[in-house]
Write a protein that binds this ligand. Structure first.
Ligand SMILES: [Zn+2]
Length: 377
């Protein structure tokens, strides 16, 4: 099948984040099996969704991981010109949810499989396709945890997030949490009898602002914009009416950390402020949403050198979005971002990839895998 035909099939599955994904994993597994490649469907703890892993070449040798996520963000924006889950061509552009982020990369990888099989590589190429990446990289940690049982420790991983096919060495880490504060309702004329959850959340907000302000002083890493770690509250909900003491207030908060800083640790002062409210009679909850570490690959790492030599582009120091690459790196696998399309088109109506970008990706991956397969492990 051509990359475009495969992309058409992949787009047809509305594999929206947070949903069961049996349909898309089964299709990919059947496609691989038709080429003589065994696909392992690795169910996550949710039971109804799975990662997919396949190896071309000898499992006992240190290989190269081609990594991508199968989930997409919802496509409910009314501005879509046509059905987002039906691939639509217009000139060189192929429209559909996930074309750039990142089924285009998956299609390029899958289209390359017959070539890889024929190559009989001495070092294996692994396909590692994950679920629920868009919910904060929830699926891939389960796949990474199973790697020791699946293959020899891989030498490197290419994460095909849209980067215009430029190799990228770094991104910030992230931790996010949902916070709820429960007080006691009552009539607004008697605030002395209630416990105002919005007022209480005020102290949490102040703690978050203070922690965020301190981060601006450093530590600093100039590859990132801004060069320091950040904290931000993104949502707040609370209160029913002006004449009722609000008994519930919720926020969602995130921290983004430069390399070598734990994103979860950045939220600690905020977490303490939340816990402190309990001594004032409030019930509180702190529910982690997502966490992944920063990526920071040295420009001299073998995979960085190989990719920049093949692509003819020196690696870019950093991107502002997060990926699964930080998790691979934390597992001791050199990880780099390099994929077709443009992140600016992701998560938007009329997301697209061009036929040229798709073809260039297949070409780049073919040269990368061929080079890699010939290296001595
Ligand atoms: Zn993505």
């Amino acid at each position: 099948m051509t990359p475009e035909e495969i992309l058409m099939e992949l787009i047809r599955f509305p594999s929206v984040v947070g949903q069961p994904n049996t349909a898309i994993t089964s299709w990919i597994a059947q496609y691989l099996e038709s080429l003589g490649v065994e696909a392992r469907i690795l169910a996550g703890p949710e039971g109804d969704r799975a990662n997919l892993f396949a190896t071309i070449g000898p499992r006992g040798v240190s290989g190269l991981v081609l990594s991508g996520h199968m989930d997409v963000v919802p496509a409910e924006e009314p501005q879509w010109s046509a059905d987002p889950f039906r691939l639509r061509a217009e000139g060189d552009r192929l429209f559909g949810r996930g074309t750039s982020d990142m089924k285009g990369f998956l299609a390029a990888v899958l289209a390359l499989v017959p070539t890889l099989v024929a190559l009989k590589p001495t070092r294996p190429v692994h396909l590692a396709f994950s679920y629920d990446e868009e919910a904060g990289c929830r699926g891939v940690p389960h796949l990474i945890a199973q790697l020791p049982a699946l293959c020899a420790p891989p030498a490197a991983a290419v994460i095909g997030e849209p980067s215009g096919l430029k190799p990228i060495l770094a991104h910030k880490g992230k931790a996010a949490a949902r916070v709820a504060i429960q007080g006691r309702a009552g009539h607004s004329s008697r605030p002395d009898l209630g416990l105002n959850a919005i007022h209480a959340m005020g102290t949490v907000i102040a703690a978050a602002e203070e922690a965020a302000a301190r981060l601006q002083d450093g530590p600093l890493d100039s590859v990132f914009a801004p060069p320091y770690s950040t904290i931000q509250i993104g949502t707040i909900r609370g209160g029913e009416a002006l004449n009722i003491i609000p008994d519930l207030c919720r926020i969602e908060i995130e921290a983004r950390a430069i390399a070598a800083i734990s994103p979860g640790a950045l939220l600690e002062p905020v977490r303490e402020a939340v816990a402190g409210l309990r001594t004032h009679g409030f019930h509180t909850s702190w529910q982690p949403i997502a966490a992944y570490p920063a990526l920071s690959l040295p420009a001299g790492a073998p995979i960085a050198r190989l990719l920049s030599q093949i692509s003819g582009t020196p690696p870019l120091p950093a991107v502002s979005y997060g990926t699964e690459a930080g998790l691979y790196q934390a597992a001791g696998i050199d990880a780099i971002i390099c994929g077709p399309g443009d992140i600016a088109r992701a998560h938007k109506p009329d997301e697209y990839i061009t036929r040229g970008e798709l073809a260039a990706c297949v070409d780049l991956l073919e040269r990368l895998c061929t080079e890699f397969a010939q290296q001595t492990p």
